[in-house]
Structure formats: C-alpha cells, structure tokens
Design a protein around this ligand. Sequence first.
Ligand code: C5P
Length: 222
Amino acid sequence: AGDRPLAGRRVLVTSGPTHEPIDPVRYIANRSSGRQGHAIAAAAAAAGAAVTLVSGPVALPDPPGVAVVRVETARQMLEAVEAALPADIAVFAAAVADWRPEQEAGSKKIKKDGTGPAPMPLVENPDILATIARLPVGRPPLVVGFAAETDTVVEHARAKIARKGCDLIVANDVSAEGGVMGGTDNTVHLIRRDGAVETWPRLGKEEVARRLVAHVAGLLTG
Ligand code: C5P
C-alpha cells in the first residue's frame, strides 16, 4: 500500500551513542542524542515495518510500535544486532565509540593517588556496520550506514561505503557550527555504492527519517 510501503518487512535500526566504561562511575562516550536513529525507527514502524531498535544510552522515550533493545557498550550493541537478524533493511545510525579502555572496568572506582593519571590504553571496538554488511550468510538485502564528518563530507562518505561494504551512506556534517549532534535538524547527503549523490535541504530529523524510509522502501522494491 502507498502509505505502508514497508508492510511485512523487518527493519533493524541502531541509534544513540555507546558508553565504554572506565570504572563503575566513568565512561567514554560522544555527543549523539539518538534523535535521528529513533526517528528512523518510528518512521519505519509508521510505514508498516516490524522494527527492532537497538539503542545505546539515550534520554529519549521508546518510539511507539517499535521493539527496543537497550544496550550500553559497542560489544553489547553488536550482540543485540546479531540477535535481531534476519532483517530486510538494516540502518546503522548509532554513533558507536570507536575505542574502549583495554582494561575491563572493575567494581572499584579508580583512585587519584597524587601521581597524576595512569595511562589508559584503548582498543578498537568491533565495527558493527562492517560486520553485518560483510556477513557471508544472512546479510540484510539493504544495509545503510551513516557518516558523521566535519569536512569533505561526500568524499569521505564515498571512501566509507567501499570500506564498510554497505549499500547506502547517509552523510551529515557534524561540525560544531551546524549543531547537528544533539540538535533537531540535519542536512544530509545520500551516497550510493555507484557513487551517485543526492543532497537534501536542511530538514527536521523526523522529516529526514520519513524521506529516508520512503527512499529505502523504493530501493528494496526496485
Ligand atoms: O567509521 P565511522 O564510525 O565513521 O562509520 C560510521 C558508520 O559506521 C555509522 O553507520 C555507524 O553506526 C557505523 N559504525 C558501527 N560500529 C562501529 C563504528 C561505526 O556500526 N564500531
């Protein structure tokens, strides 16, 4: 049906930041609010899809009609994503922390001992988008990634689509002046695997979500 183009489809969305614990009270995180990812999950549900939203820690309410799985770390997010498959469309809107402290957080707060902070080695987190986009079996037919860049947004996104193995990248400029991270609006570029670019005007994140859902529904049905 025209207004429910995703009826009968399964959609998986990741959203929000991840928190990577340093100790019981401290963590590494980023400024993602989860607004764009949550809006995409809501729009996909409104388009008739059965939606699972895997969300990092956010202050947002669960979108109506969406199955929400709340996680804290990147590794938990990957596990929840794998458990939520199969899906027809997977949209990776989360701002996953690239690194986590190498040392697992213990149950005791790290003390200041007067000698200054100890070095904190970091290790790379799993790349959830690349892992799912490169699944030999059970890869969702349409895998969409996000690219948050502060400069040469489209060029970086073109490189990213190849590196990650996804079908579409939604690139946005998150330089501080735009107020995209944590803000209500977004200016995005859609970059396809063949390099074609579509640039949308500055829109509310809900409208970006509606248009994106309509766009991917169109791609899925050819
Ligand atoms: O490499 P970069 O972080 O810029 O890529 C952004 C895209 O990759 C987003 O779609 C994000 O959700 C996804 N990503 C991920 N797991 C990571 C890092 C990024 O799924 N560890």
